[in-house]
Design a protein around this ligand. Sequence first.
Ligand code: ATP
Ligand code: MG
Length: 428
Amino acid sequence: MAEPLQAVKGMNDILPPESARWEWLEDTVRALMRRYGYRNIRTPIVEPTPLFVRGLGEVTDIVEKEMYSFIDSMNGDPLTLRPENTAGVVRAAIEHSMLYDGGKRLFYIGPMFRHEKPQRGRYRQFHQVGVEALGFGGPETDAEVILMARALWRDLGLAEVRLEINSLGLLDERKAHRAALIAHFEANAELLDAEAKRRLHRNPLRILDTKNPAMQDLVDAAPQLIGFLGEASLKHFDAVRSALAAVGQPFTVNPRLVRGMDYYTHTVFEWITPRLGAQGTICGGGRYDGLVEMIGGRPAPGVGWGMGLERVLDLLQQSGIDGPASAPDAYAVLPDAAALGPAIAAVEALRAVGLSVVMHAGGAAGLGSMKSQFKKADASGARHALVFGGNELAQGMVAVKPLRDAAAPQVLRPLATLADWAQELRTA
Ligand code: ATP
Ligand code: MG
């Protein structure tokens, strides 16, 4: 036998029954998007590398060390597996002039790729749902997208997710803050670690994001961006906070919240759960009013978030939330090959009215004994077995045998009036 091959490290197969939980989550997300007027966008998984270098910023974790970048061997083009999808959505919006007649509310679901150290909640292929509200500059849209995430927690039955927000202001305000930050860190240069030294003049804001405990005091004493915000930025931030207060959504303002990408302006936020340890951020986002221009479009504002599905699913599991059962309603048992014709007709008719029915499948040697068929019916999780026995079929009947309730009796049902009794098979 040939050597078995394995999936790429940090990239997971999602198998049944686990995949049913994914489908439930995705269905819940799609229903939510409809309620808020967000429409689906599907962009390619591979994009030109410069899109991310330009869009995310050269001195970001993602661009510096997490991208799956390669050269297309056919034509030499630099390409990258998307590490996130805001840049791709904005590229598509520009390329197709989507904003010519006003703003667009968009969402996506799909795989993202980052070369990180695989661990719980951190994979090399992972999946995000994201929303992007493009062309809307007002604080009401910041509040809208933040509250969409809250609505999803509610739809899923998740508690224990808290909201942190901050404002990064405008570019000029960030520049003034940046100069003050550099001065602060330069005055304490002996306390900086190697990574911080490297970032000092390239991206000092990222030093605030350090995970090095030895630098915590220095970071805590650093000048805060909020002190550099002008009137308009403060007004925007106030309006977002008022909107959240108006719907009773608690939040903490975390002045250290800076987020990974360069493109953010004004509001940034994270939804965090204490239940997943260091990978507790299940959703993060913010406003990015400069990004469309950075990617080559006419200036237009935007705000959105990305949510890690693996982390949300982990939290659902931690919280004991399973989603609806995905077992079939019925399993068709065939005592004899002669039953195949009427059985298949009945099973197709049941499926046509929306029931989930699994048809027994035998091996090359035949259908197998009744005992082995019932074993398979049981293992399928089906609520009922439909037994297409010769005697019953001769009377135009099928036997319906409950599999999950030992006390419930087997009953005979007429095939001719199948539509009348089909609904009683439906798994509650
Ligand atoms: P972190 O600080 O955990 O690295 P991030 O700031 O890099 O997160 P974003 O780029 O904002 O994350 O992506 C949005 C969401 O996608 C995160 O909040 C998280 O839920 C999820 N996510 C990010 N990277 C991964 C990964 N490697 N594996 C699984 N989920 C991820
Ligand atoms: Mg990261």
